[in-house]
Design a protein around this ligand. Sequence first.
Ligand SMILES: [Zn+2]
Length: 44
Amino acid sequence: MKTMSCKQLGGACDQTFSANTFEEMASLSKEHGKEMFKKIMLHI
Ligand SMILES: [Zn+2]
């Protein structure tokens, strides 16, 4: 199990992701990125 933070993955917050594989980590980070994008769009 690996844990990486959003910041380590190039993001802007301190949320952490835990995954067993790189693919899993990548998809978690991608889904999180979409959520962040939606939140940003709501503020514009
Ligand atoms: Zn984030």
